[in-house]
Design a protein around this ligand. Sequence first.
Ligand SMILES: [Mn+2]
Length: 488
Amino acid sequence: MSRYKTKIMLMLAISLVTSVSWAKETFDLKKLNMPSEFEQKVKTIPQDKLQILDSSIPTQLLGTMDRFYQAMKTKSTTEIEAYLDAMIEVQQANKFNPETDMASIPLNTKAASFNGWKAERPQNLNPKREPGPIHLSRYMENSRSGVRTFAGAPLAIYPEDLIAGNVDVAIVGAPLDMGSYYRGQRFGPQAMRNEYGAGGVDMNTMVNPSDVLSIVDYGDIAIDNMSTEISVHHVRERVREIAETGAIPFIVGGDHSLEYPDIAGLADVHGKESFGVVHFDAHYDAGKGRTHWITHGQPVYRAVKEGHVKAENFIQVGLRGPWPGAEGFEWMRNNGMRYHTMAEVEKKGWKSVMETALSEAKAGGKKLFISFDVDVLDPAFVPGTGTPVPGGLTMREAIPIIRGLCTENEMVGFEIVELDPLLDPTYRSALNANFIMHACLTGIAMRHEGITEGDYWSELTTEHMQPSAGIKGKKEGKQVVVDPDYIK
Ligand SMILES: [Mn+2]
């Protein structure tokens, strides 16, 4: 028997077995709740054809089952059967067919440069230096001088640099955009390095994370821009490497596929189910059962499914738009997941929703990871993202909750994803992304200084204390003395 014939026989056998086992669990037609008029008409149609009515195809075509039955009212039995056959054909066409489909295009494992995208330079070619963060500017204070880095921070290249520098936060770029069909997120890290806002004092609290913490720019993680699957594996290794030194990884994407390797890499170090996640996003990103196992629409499902984070320690904030439908919300409910939609914000107000989310994050009693998709912000603030949805958070809403979460919880990591500077010819998307990152850096710095209340405010910047402060200043000789010859 030829190999081809064997294959056909095997397929026949498989389909026979599956159809037999399928027939055994007899399908209950009652489940369909068919209107009696329709039931009468389809009496002579084989029952296995009617089973298509239990799939999503009739509602995909006609919206609701009511509308389907309405449309069938004027049809004859023959016409209905033809309609069912057509739907069965659609169902079959959707499925993987080993005869015509390639499940994957195999990689060329013979390529001399198969791992070229991530192979490391031999370190002995580098000039000798003491390990530790390297400043890329010859100037003391001008953070715009030298080479641009995240938050104007010094650079670190190897884990030894993180250890020697006692680094608290390592900000690392992950320029991956293959997980999104709207590309350009790979330019996120360079846009955030070029824009300001991630460094310096925070006026709300008068805490300066750049002074309090040892922060570094850890460069960009190598990405195979032809493959999300291969890239996420390497991202996981690099996130793990940072966390192993005790530094908190801040991952700058890149698309939201990164949430999966970021969470998995942290779970490798801190332990599975050892931390909670607050996911800021217009979308819930818990898609499942798709052709590709990992895309920017599925990291949440994958992280939960592999057991890195418990659904009940997962909080979603900012959901809106057309996705998910009821099924997605039911999945979250059934798995103990918390969610705060923009609809809830409309109903209860931001302050109330923010307080609930903050207390839920703390109540978990776990360490925390924040996943911040910039599309949680209104497109007015971030037009530079691939899947914008109107009606989002303002910067004034987002900043206090991020700062609060990073102050009140022990952070294991933070990611900011989906910034696509190609879609925003202005500065604002990257600027706002930097200020969000700064809010979390500030929170971590506050905690470092012993402040653990998320709603802490600097008295100096929130109360002018006049006239008493001015009177006191005058008494102490601290007031400006008028000099009529000033700059003459
Ligand atoms: Mn997302």
